[in-house]
Design a protein around this ligand. Structure first.
Ligand code: EPZ
Length: 426
């Protein structure tokens, strides 16, 4: 079993470049189904979740070539299946992103119901409700969702009960093939949604308003789409993770390869915590000289504070000069890593969606377990500051979304290593 071992207390400074955004790349890969032919994606992160999405596409009949470390060439000419099996959906919930593209191309799909995961139930009721408005019929049986369009796909006005990222994406992709215009109200506004809309338009779709709460898609029919070459936007969450690493140990750490605009509120909150932030077009520098000021954060859909930066910021607030309240509004169970942080000396009281964090002067190294992707990264970040050793296990979670995480931290001066320890497999 591999673990990440950190010796804390070292100065962390220097430059690091992030990869393409995991939460965009996965959907762009799914969208390639909609245009038979060869789609080339650049700046694709080399992470476990991308490998799983690659398996999903291959299972459907696509051919994938890794042209270079971060360039995928996906040939979907011979995609002839529309079934995504449980074993892959269970590995990665984002496999449900093929639902919209399969319905667009084949008028039907069979996708396994995604199970829950460590951070929550991860339902897809809003995907289903929205697609039904477009004329999709669903039957759920034996854990699979059977989607069909007996009367074809037609445009509709869909108001999402919650600005769900996944539901917005599936609706956007399916409605490209609908007859007529679709409006998605209360749409998610994340930068990854805009990246997907941009690629769909490059493919010949007519999507307007992505990034705003109201997206309008004029159905062009899937035959109007052609495969393209597209570069994935930089990963704002990977960037925020390394900025937090710089902030916890002082820095300065400069992160390149992303748009700081995509981390608007995160950077503002870091400044409120007395972390100094310098912004460039595609880079950002974080440094800290004095104590971390305790500030409250609450996660909300973009442009609110991103839930994917909650754990990393929580690790900073654990060393705050006072008491902070962290409110998690997106997932029902995203404080699990906090119990591990308590093993490192954090003082935390969880009350439902709120965590009360009383800052402590320092963390102390301990053996901890990664509970989810971002929680695992947050524990490593805490280990950078802690005195003594911190060993983070269950690091397959981290491998899902961070490419060369240990190497990049080593590049910033961290005394961190990935070691194999005997003992039970994860
Ligand atoms: C995407 O998940 C991201 N994953 C998540 O990143 C991110 O945390 C999330 O958006 C919010 O920004 C990918 O893009 C692969 P949602 P998604 O639909 O699409 C509930 C990471 O760490 N909900 O906005 O699943 C759902 O249960 C991951 O990179 C319904 O109830 O997020 C959750 O509580 C973690 N019914 C909330 O809404 C639905 O039909 C947010 O879900 C859909 C969602």
């Amino acid at each position: 079993m591999d673990v990440i071992r950190v010796v804390g207390g070292r100065p962390i400074s220097g430059e690091v470049t992030v990869e393409g955004a995991k939460n965009s790349a996965l959907k762009l890969m799914a969208a390639s189904i909609m245009a038979p032919g060869v789609t080339t994606l650049q700046n694709v992160p080399n992470i476990a979740d991308v490998h799983v999405m690659g398996k999903v596409l291959k299972r459907l009949g696509a051919k994938i070539k890794v042209a270079s470390a971060h360039e995928l060439v996906i040939d979907t000419s011979n995609v002839s299946k529309w079934e995504t099996p449980y074993d892959l959906v269970a590995q990665m919930r984002a496999s449900t992103a093929v639902l919209g593209p399969l319905i667009a191309r084949f008028g039907r799909a069979v996708v396994a119901m995604p199970g829950g995961c460590n951070i929550g139930a991860r339902k897809i009721d809003m995907h289903i409700l929205g697609l039904e408005a477009l004329g999709v019929h669903f039957e759920i049986d034996h854990g699979n969702i059977h989607a069909s369009t007996p009367d074809g796909l037609h445009g509709a006005e869909v108001a999402l009960e919650f600005a769900s990222v996944g539901a917005t994406e599936n609706l956007m992709m399916a409605s490209v093939a609908a007859d007529g215009t679709t409006v998605i109200d209360n749409a998610a506004r994340e930068p990854e949604i805009v990246d997907l809309a941009n690629m769909l338009n490059e493919m010949g779709a007519k999507v307007r308003g992505a990034g705003s709460p109201r997206i309008e898609i004029e159905g062009v029919g899937v035959d109007a789409l052609h495969p393209v070459e597209h570069r994935v936007i930089g990963d704002r969450i990977e960037a925020g993770t390394f900025l937090a690493a710089g902030a916890i140990c002082g820095g300065p750490v400069t992160v390149r390869g992303f748009d700081p605009e995509h981390l608007g509120l995160v950077l503002k909150k870091m400044e409120a915590m007395d972390i100094s932030i310098e912004r460039g077009d595609d880079w950002c520098t974080a440094r800290r000289d004095g104590p971390i000021r305790s500030v409250d954060i609450q996660t909300l859909p973009y442009p609110g504070f991103p839930t994917d930066m909650q754990a990393q910021t929580f690790s900073l607030l654990g060393l705050g000069d006072g008491t902070a309240i962290v409110t998690e509004n997106i997932f029902e169970n995203r404080f699990m890593f906090a119990s591990e942080l308590v093993r490192m000396g954090a003082q935390v009281t969880i009350e439902g969606h709120h965590a009360i964090v009383r800052g402590v002067p320092h963390y102390s190294g301990a053996e901890v377990r990664s509970t989810d992707l971002r929680g695992g990264a947050a524990l490593v970040i805490a280990g950078l500051e802690a005195d003594g050793y911190t060993t983070v296990s269950n690091i397959h979670h981290i491998d899902r979304g961070y490419e060369r995480f240990v190497e990049k931290l080593q590049g910033l001066g961290a005394d961190v290593a990935r070691v194999t320890v005997e003992g039970t497999e994860e």
